[in-house]
Design a protein around this ligand. Structure first.
Ligand code: XIL
Length: 404
């Protein structure tokens, strides 16, 4: 059975994180009705840039060959990305926020990747935790880090059904107010990072497996599908340089869901809506087989005049007590390699992002009980066959003159 057709492949709707540190901060600051913007860190968070950089440099010193990384292997103009761990499920784990506190993690993130995606830090719940109150601190930190390390950034995400704050989902707003809230959010967030975000996931996971608009999506359900075009227009106004994307899972293959995007995007383009990209997240599992039609599917969107990207790949597996077997790791490497090759083979696919690069911080075991080992390095950063397969494939593309 094709993975994309199997209901078992759908991932659960991410649960709202229970940690409320940011909300407490927000509530304290939101006494006045005016729009408040938090850029200061909570007192416990890392806020000392000079100290951060000194620590980063200290770790860097004992590092090996700077050519022996994923980003160094990639051809010029091809971006190798990772999600930046923080917020979301991490708040439930027995460790401090990885991006804020884990120096070795930060160091590897800087050395290995040329693109960063905010795993949770730009989602509504984090960046807009109270009405009229934006907390930009965690997102600012990512964008600043990216600039310091010569990395581009993918913004994630503006219009989604999940990880929205309660003030929004439980609020008693008229349709007109809701529309205004979305417009303000998109304009405020996108313009703040204008010129510093390469691609924005404007709309995330808007379709069901059957290709219907998801009913849980407050924006579409309340305001109608026309709000999607508005969202893209508002984002484009706020940052005319950013490439604006649709992003979803289980759209690696030709199926009802990817067909729904194919239809919708054609309509939007015909209406002159600034849509620039379509991205299969690519949360794969060795249980379900590789989507062999990935390249052809990417190509059909490129043929509409779009660009495309792989935005959240991981390859999970059923892990026994003794950990993954050599055969499982080989199969995982094969999936990662084929997904990367599919992207490299499509001219307008220039960005390949893994949803976390170490099992230490992966979302997979939290959301898919009994599955794990989904990233390219172990919890102690040992390279798996998948890491080597990606590096070899990137080097081969570089040698072959990719993009020329
Ligand atoms: C996940 C994060 O990795 C978790 O930390 C969080 O608890 C839930 O969301 N599709 C998406 C991502 O678009 O935003 C999701 O990220 C994974 C699935």
């Amino acid at each position: 059975m094709r993975p994309s057709r199997s209901p078992r492949t759908t991932h659960p709707v991410p649960a709202r994180p229970r940690g409320r540190r940011l909300l407490a901060l927000a509530a304290a600051a939101v006494a006045a009705p005016a729009v408040l913007v938090a850029t200061a860190a909570p007192s416990t968070a890392v806020d000392d840039r000079a100290a951060d950089r000194a620590k980063d440099r200290a770790v860097l010193k004992d590092h090996q060959n700077p050519r022996d990384t994923l980003r160094a292997a990639a051809p010029k103009g091809f971006y190798l990305g990772s999600a930046v761990a923080g917020g979301g499920h991490h708040e439930e784990q027995p460790y401090a926020d990885p991006f804020a506190y884990d120096v070795e993690y930060r160091d590897r993130l800087a050395r290995e990747f040329s693109s960063l995606s905010a795993e949770n830090q730009m989602k509504w719940e984090y960046i807009h935790p109270q009405q009229g109150f934006y907390n930009f601190y965690p997102a600012d930190a990512i964008v600043r880090f990216a600039q310091e390390h010569d990395q581009v950034v993918r913004g994630h995400t503006l219009l989604w059904h999940s990880q929205n704050p309660e003030w929004l989902t439980e609020g008693d707003f008229t349709d007109e107010e809701l529309r205004e809230i979305l417009r303000d959010h998109i304009s405020t967030v996108v313009s703040r990072y204008a010129g510093r975000i390469q691609q924005w996931d404007v709309a995330n996971e808007i379709f069901t497996e059957e290709g219907e608009f998801r009913e849980e999506n407050i924006w579409i359900t309340r305001l109608g599908p026309g709000i999607i075009a508005d969202a893209f227009r508002w984002a484009h106004e706020a940052d005319p340089k950013a490439k604006l994307y649709f992003n979803d899972y289980n759209v690696e293959s030709f199926n009802a869901k990817s067909d729904a995007y194919y239809e919708l995007i054609q309509d939007l383009l015909a209406d002159g809506v600034p849509v620039h990209g379509f991205a299969p997240q690519s949360h794969l599992s060795t249980q379900y087989g590789f989507p062999n039609d990935l390249r052809a599917n990417l190509q059909r969107f490129v043929d509409l005049g779009l660009e495309t990207a792989i935005t959240e790949i991981d390859v999970r597996m059923e892990v026994g007590e003794d950990g993954p077997t050599a055969a499982q790791l080989a199969q995982q490497a094969d999936y990662y390699q084929r997904a990367l090759q599919a992207c490299l083979d499509v001219r307008e696919c220039k960005s390949f992002t893994i949803w976390g690069f170490t099992d230490k911080y992966s979302w997979v075991p939290v959301f898919f009980p009994s599955e794990g080992s989904a990233t390219v390095t172990t919890e102690t950063y040992e390279r798996k066959p998948a890491y080597n397969a990606l590096q070899d494939t990137l080097r081969a593309a570089t040698r072959a003159g990719w993009g020329r």
